[in-house]
Design a protein around this ligand. Structure first.
Ligand code: COA
Length: 301
């Protein structure tokens, strides 16, 4: 067995390897590319393949994020080992190399998946039993859990006209963000939802711009976005309403505007990841809890 760095020439075979060996997930080639080479923090030294006779038998991709508030974190973004090659220490060897680099680069902690803002899933799906065993053996501790919800887009209308009229009478304008809304939207995000800065920037890169906003007294007071991560998979979010503007149905209207867009893109389902207020999504769009994720962390000295 040799361990090599992932190169663009491996893209198709590595994505196929994930499709075969991560059986609860989808991994089209375009998504694998987004999760690896298109990640702004992509580091070839953290994207490793184990190969035998030129065939991929193991894959592990890590990334380091230098978050403004919570510091430097090393993430294992993706991992899989060929079924017939498991329990031979392959994932351990790949992890050892990645872990050493995390330590060298001064990471304060390591986490599994959840490599926000470009992340595949918000944690480890516990149905991957072997992965639970593996990460616990590597010294990770579960510290939280979260869920993705799914919203059926097929039979719902998401009509917001009446609510929008009512809001307008209160001086609140609901609209799709335009290019010249960028600055005031970012002012709002940086003061209220700083964590989502990059996702919101991504929404402004899309055509049409994939973020709807609420304006009150010329200021942005709420937003809702989609296609900010896992592009072309029906990925909704993030969204947020300023605390003093909550309870006026602004969030519901903005959510439905995004779901309507996702419907017109041809999606049958929207994924509402890493929730969050389950009753809110259940109420407004009949979303259901779809998958559960366990969040793991290892604190480094
Ligand atoms: C998780 C995974 C990558 C582990 O790969 P692996 O090469 O088999 O892992 P290792 O051989 O290095 O295992 C190291 C240790 O982890 C633990 N471990 C791994 N798999 C285990 C299992 N099935 N049962 C119990 N313990 C396990 C053991 O302690 C093992 O050491 P040991 O064999 O000396 O007891 C592999 O099982 C896999 O590909 N699973 C499916 C994909 C997946 O779950 N990906 C994560 C979600 S995206």
């Amino acid at each position: 067995m040799i361990i090599t760095q992932l190169t663009p020439a491996d893209l198709k075979s590595a994505a196929k390897f994930c499709r075969i060996n991560m059986r609860f997930d989808i991994m089209p080639d375009f998504l694998f590319k987004e999760k690896t080479f298109d990640d702004p923090d992509f580091d070839p030294e953290l994207a490793l393949l184990a190969k035998e006779n030129d065939e991929i038998i193991g894959l592990m991709v890590g990334v380091i994020r230098n978050h403004k508030k919570i510091g430097k974190i090393g993430y294992i973004k993706l991992m899989a080992v060929k079924l017939s090659e498991r329990r031979k220490g392959i994932a351990s060897k790949l992890y050892e190399i990645i872990h050493e680099r995390f330590v060298r680069e001064g990471c304060e902690r390591e986490r599994i998946l959840e490599s926000h803002p470009n992340y595949f899933q918000p944690g480890l799906d516990p149905f991957y039993t072997e992965a639970i065993c593996f990460v616990e053996r590597m010294g990770f501790k579960k510290f939280n859990d979260t869920a993705n919800m799914i919203c059926n887009l097929v039979d719902q209308k998401f009509d917001t006209s009446k609510d929008e009229e009512k809001l307008l009478k209160e001086g609140i304008l609901i609209k799709r963000a335009e290019k010249n809304d960028f600055e005031r939207t970012m002012d709002f995000i940086l003061s209220e939802f700083e964590l989502w800065e990059e996702e919101v920037k991504n929404a402004f890169k899309n055509d049409p711009i994939s973020i709807h906003i609420a304006i009150y007294n010329d200021n942005v007071v709420a937003f809702s976005a989609y296609d900010t991560n896992n592009l072309n998979t029906g990925w909704f979010g993030p969204m947020g309403t300023s605390p003093e503007m909550r309870g006026k149905s602004i969030g519901g209207v903005l959510l439905k505007r995004c779901l309507r867009d996702q419907q017109s893109q041809g999606h049958q389902f929207a994924i509402i990841p890493w929730v969050g207020p389950i009753p809110f999504y259940s109420h407004h769009c009949d979303a259901k809890v779809h998958r559960i994720f366990w969040r793991y962390e290892k604190v480094l000295n």
